[in-house]
Design a protein around this ligand. Structure first.
Ligand SMILES: NC(=O)c1ccc[n+]([C@@H]2O[C@H](COP(=O)([O-])OP(=O)(O)OC[C@H]3O[C@@H](n4cnc5c(N)ncnc54)[C@H](O)[C@@H]3O)[C@@H](O)[C@H]2O)c1
Length: 501
């Protein structure tokens, strides 16, 4: 884990607090929660269940072991040993100030305090605090466990505390965006409020329903916004002449004006009834929890598509996953090679979405476990993200898996890895997968890896540092027994078993 933050506290566990709690826990941080709501545990539990479901779909990268969740009965208990405190109580200035004073009284001097406020400026929040240098706005977006951006607004926050906050938020997969100047409602909610206000007018004036407004967004500009935002999209809309042409063509229209600007329709009972009825007709067939799951699945799909294009939120997901792999493998990394044994670098368990209609781990997941074990081995011999960034990598060019036994959901898995040989361009390894209640041999996977220059997509000799590490492993593994099945093609194995029967 990055920075100095090792544990977190959440003050308030509603819609936003629950999302923060899930993000902290699923990134391996212990969280103490204070929320006086009588059903706080149930509500947080439901958000956490949705978050776990979403993460299983979001990434196959090995997540850190889940942090420990505890509910406590006072702010003091929640914050006394926390390194990071996130406040997510209702949007009332007096309440928030009271909560900060209480946090300040009981937290360590180094504890960082983030506020989820959607609208207040940090200088309003810190009034009366003795240590304003550790408080900042950390305004997230719902669902906090999936949407990466967090608007970080410093008030009198010290540069060191700001850096610590940014590195912690980055470590939990977020994109901290530091807001240059404090302003009511930061950046995003100012934009959203303008769109929302205009939407209310369109309904009030009978121009469109809630569904029609949502349709122009989701079938149209919302798709553009998810990948390029506003200005890059308009640059393209200006044609070859780009932004200048766009400004000259559409800029004057801003003065007509098309929109109602600051005017707000009166939120009369009649208008609220119309909006609520239209919303029921549009979405009432789903419960809120169902809608959350539909939303999460769609967000995951968008982020994964963007990952394929190495763009926007997808590029961030890719970077986050590479950190997860690096962390997982460095935690598992033994200090030295144990002379008489294969390497033990990777362990997992059969996750609930890994099983097929027979209730057993499905075929493709064996390859995934072996792929993760190979990544752990490569990390062990020094193929880290700096090596990859230098344009060199090891690609798997051949795989032979033998499926020996089935294994059920939830069963622990562990992999032993044996180096069978290597030269300057090739590495041959075999993994044995053990698991289930009796820790039996479940499968074997033999792999040939080729060292490549990724800029040319051609085989190339590996760096001396990798050969030296492989040599250290080989010094021991050359004395271990090579499994009888290693190197045998499927045809030979079939002929042998035919001859034996
Ligand atoms: N809902 C959103 O989309 C959204 C998005 C970003 C930021 N925010 C901000 O997040 C904050 C929380 O909003 P929310 O939507 O989660 O509200 P919410 O009503 O869902 O949750 C607030 C929680 O705070 C608890 N609470 C009340 N008093 C408390 C106290 N003294 N100590 C500890 N807990 C207390 C309540 O029991 C409740 O569970 C607000 O500042 C809001 O502006 C909301």
């Amino acid at each position: 884990m990055t920075g100095t933050v090792k544990s977190a506290a959440a003050i308030g566990g509603g819609v936003i607090g629950g999302g923060w709690i899930a993000r902290f826990l699923l990134n391996g941080y212990d969280v103490k929660v204070f929320d006086p709501h009588p059903q706080a545990e149930r509500l947080v539990g439901e958000v956490l269940a949705n978050a776990e479901r979403a993460y299983r779909k979001l990434t196959l990268a090995p997540m850190a072991p889940k942090g420990k969740l505890s509910f406590v009965s006072s702010i003091e208990e929640a914050v006394c040993d926390a390194d990071y405190v996130q406040e997510s109580v209702p949007e009332r200035l007096d309440l928030k100030r009271k909560v900060y004073a209480e946090i300040e009284r009981h937290a360590k001097e180094s504890t960082l305090i983030g506020s989820s406020t959607s609208g207040f400026k940090p200088t309003e929040l810190i009034e009366g605090l003795a240590t304003p240098e550790r408080l900042f706005v950390a305004h997230p977006f719902n669902p906090v466990y999936l949407l990466p951006v967090v608007e970080v607004v410093p008030g009198q926050t010290s540069p060191d505390n700001l850096d610590r906050a940014k590195s912690f938020l980055t470590a939990i997969g977020m994109k901290p965006l530091v807001v240059r100047k404090e302003i009511d409602a930061h950046i995003a909610d100012r934009l959203l409020e303008a769109v929302w206000r205009e939407g209310l007018w369109l309904i009030h004036d009978g121009v469109a329903t809630t569904e029609e407004i949502d349709d122009v967004i989701r079938f149209g500009f919302g798709l553009r916004w998810a990948q390029m935002g506003l200005f890059e999209t308009y640059r393209i809309a200006g044609g070859e002449a780009g932004m200048r042409h766009f400004m000259s063509q559409f800029g004057p229209a801003l003065k007509w004006p098309w929109t109602k600007l600051m005017d707000v329709p009166d939120l009369t009972d009649d208008l609220i009834d119309i909006i609520a009825a239209q919303s029921d007709a549009q979405s009432g067939k789903h419960s809120i929890r169902e809608l959350e799951r539909i939303r999460d699945d769609n967000l995951v799909a968008i982020m994964q598509a963007l990952k394929g294009n190495d763009w926007g939120a997808g590029a961030l997901l890719k970077e986050y996953e590479s950190t997860l792999y690096a962390n997982a493998h460095s935690h598992a990394r033994p200090p030295t090679v144990d002379p008489g044994k294969p390497l033990a670098l990777h362990a997992d368990r059969v996750r609930e979405d890994w099983v097929d209609y027979n209730g057993h781990m499905t075929e493709s997941r064996y390859l995934q476990v072996f792929g993760d074990a190979t990544d752990a081995f490569l990390h062990f011999i020094g193929m880290n993200k700096h090596y990859l960034a230098s344009g060199r990598s090891l690609y798997t060019v051949e795989t032979h898996i033998r499926h020996l036994r089935e294994v059920k959901m939830g069963a622990p898995l562990r992999v032993e890895t044996l180096l069978l040989g290597f030269d300057q361009k090739r590495v041959r390894i075999v993994h044995e997968l053990y698991g289930g209640p009796q820790d039996e041999l479940l499968a074997t996977g033999e792999h040939m890896l080729l060292h490549v220059d990724t800029t040319k997509s051609a085989a190339s000799p590996m760096d001396l540092s990798l050969s030296i590490k492989l040599g250290e492993v080989w010094k021991h593994h050359r004395h271990l027994e090579v499994p009888a099945y290693a190197g045998k093609p499927v045809r030979e194995i079939m002929m042998e078993s035919a001859a034996a029967s």
